[in-house]
Design a protein around this ligand. Structure first.
Ligand SMILES: [Zn+2]
Length: 248
């Protein structure tokens, strides 16, 4: 076989194989999700009371294969617990896409995300960091912060959650919080969160810097980013300018 023939074969095989693997991942994730959903209750009970079992010394296994299997089991339990938490967090939502959303959330809803932002002050930035701003366009009422999937999003101030949904109009998964900042009525809206990552429900009281969700690309979004809207006394303001003027 010639080199060209091999290259041609690689090209024709590799592309559909990659696409198939991509879909396979989703199918596998859903299968695992369903499997873990069935076992979630017992797995949570089993893993919750004994964090020490995560330690190497906690395993009764002795061979490398057994240790590897035990670690895989721990990872599955952790994923199941996270998936259950995600489902509970969205349980009061009337979204009809809960099954697909929870399946997709398993990779992004992580217990390792810090629950509180590193900032200080009455007003804080919603992201610990971001790459750059999205390109502004006519009719756009928010500021886009380009950042990778799963980045934690924090409340910009103390407040009360007034919207928390997986089916916002263009916003996808989003949260809206009402604040009273020095007597001024401010609302903050965080859009395009990843499926299943909302940590708050309508009516929840949140503190400044509290984790409320994670970055995704749900709704009308091209690429993962946070779309942040700030309204003062019901009028839109430039979110980034407001942060620069107020965030500590
Ligand atoms: Zn935007």
């Amino acid at each position: 076989m010639t080199v060209a023939a091999v290259a041609g074969m690689v090209a024709t095989v590799a592309i559909p194989a990659f696409a198939a693997a991509d879909r396979g991942d989703v199918a596998e994730a859903q299968t695992l999700q369903q499997a873990s959903a069935d076992d979630a209750q017992s797995l949570v009970v089993a893993s919750e009371g004994s964090p020490a079992t995560l330690e190497r010394g906690g395993y009764s296994a002795t061979t490398p294969e057994e240790i590897k299997a035990a670690k895989a089991k721990e990872a599955a339990e952790k994923a199941a617990k996270a998936a259950l938490a995600a489902r509970l967090a969205s349980a009061s939502s009337s979204s009809s896409s809960s099954s697909s959303s929870s399946a997709r959330s398993s990779s992004s809803f992580s217990n390792s995300v810090p629950l509180v932002s590193p900032g200080s002050g009455t007003v804080r930035r919603p992201l610990a960091h971001f790459n750059n701003f999205g390109t502004p366009y006519a009719g756009h009422k928010g500021t886009d912060y380009m950042v990778g999937r799963g980045e934690p999003i924090y409340a910009v101030a103390d407040g009360t959650v007034v919207a928390s949904s997986e089916s916002g109009p263009g916003w996808g998964v989003y949260v809206k919080i009402a604040h009273n900042i020095g007597g001024v009525r401010v609302t903050s809206l965080y859009a395009h969160m990843d499926w299943g990552t909302r940590r708050v429900q309508v009516g929840d009281t949140v503190s400044v810097g509290q984790l409320i969700g994670q970055v995704g690309d749900t709704g009308r979004a091209f690429g993962t980013h946070l779309h942040l809207e700030i309204r003062i006394n019901n009028g839109y303001t430039n979110a980034e300018s407001w942060l620069q003027a107020n965030a500590g």
